[in-house]
Design a protein around this ligand. Sequence first.
Ligand code: 5AD
Ligand code: SF4
Length: 441
Amino acid sequence: MRDHVEPLRQPRVYLETYGCQMNIADSQTVTAVLRRAGYVSTDRAEDADVILLNTCAIREHAEERVLGRLSDLARLKNRRPELKLGLLGCMAQHNRAALLEQAPWVDVVAGPDAYRRLPEMLGGFDPAVDVRLDRAETYADISPAHEGGVRAYVTAMRGCDKFCAFCVVPYVRGRERSIPPADLLREIGALAERGAREVVLLGQTVNAYRYEATDFAALLRLVARVDGIERIRFTSPHPADMSDSLIDAMATEPKVQPYLHLPVQSGSGRVLAAMERGYTVDEYLALVERLRAAIPALALSTDIIVGFHGEEERDFEATLALMRAVQYDHAFTFKYSVREHTRAFKLGDTVSEEEKGRRIAAVIALQESISLERNRASIGRVYPVLVEGPARRGGGMLAGKTPQFKTAVFAAGEGVRPGDTIGVRVDSASAHTLVCSQAQP
Ligand code: 5AD
Ligand code: SF4
């Protein structure tokens, strides 16, 4: 019956998101849960009755940023004690005790499996903490509040069972669980009706997806049948779960785009073993070869950690050598950050901050030169680009992605709209952008 009572004034919620795509998707679920309970969204913290930070715990730096933001918000709360402050996500799960000590003015602490209960937690008078991990929680019945736009991110699976030695994710997001295909297809169909043309399936180890008989390759083929969806991507896959059937689905299903983010972390066999990644350097390189043989247009990106416990100069050199061998199109690079609860925590840090700085600079410089060379090799070629909207550089230019997920900017003719796919020819290239002109059909 409560649903029929008009609230006097709907409480306003301001939500700030840190970290990965999964968190952005989770924030859309949180928004949906709160809207159902009568809240409205605001994009101004000053106007909000409730301020929520959806946080990341992957590296210490991410946590420090949030702690800094929390002390800013303490001033707002001082002026308006009725304001509710909530901390959501991985850092809430990871660090709850320290958090409540360092930021006692926080009213609500909710881990990634507690979002369904947020309305009750925010409605109470006492501070509320809920960091129970729930291996059954998938939020499958909640349609996230998607922002619109040509690309939509859809969570296909949650959690991670891999337990890499450096990583806190399995502890803060809990065990792997997949969302039923029927729920995913319903959501993706609704997104297509609202104008989405590209869907990105998300999961911490998205290719470990399995729901009853449907594995990830089968899921890709089901999603490819959704009318209106023209492009399918996914992130992040784990190298150990790149099955032949998945490679085959990528190679033969035209909607699945030729781009793969394939985190390697290190090019040293010794370090990979210490990281407990579940593959050797040779296995990884053989996988890259199989992928490129099956999907000749494939672009590859990766994650690299420098300065993991025990990483010596020769291990680091091996990472550079692997990068030269693979020729990634892009790399995300990180300095190792010791995380409490992980298997590597007790091993500690053996590489100084300064040395990590030197190594990461060398990795970035090498990748910039490889990216530039690869992008320059595309000059003169024509690619289909899904138009997203105005380019950041302005000047009436539009931007979109090539199938390989490279940013293309271009001046387009009258009548070209976001959601259209047009042909563009690459005129010039930097390490990060292709400057193009519309190709005549
Ligand atoms: N320190 C540094 N980087 C990390 N990552 C995960 N855990 C850590 C850590 N403790 C990186 C990995 C992963 C990416 C999402 O974040 O490269 O693939
Ligand atoms: Fe972390 Fe490894 Fe799981 Fe990725 S696969 S989320 S790096 S534990």
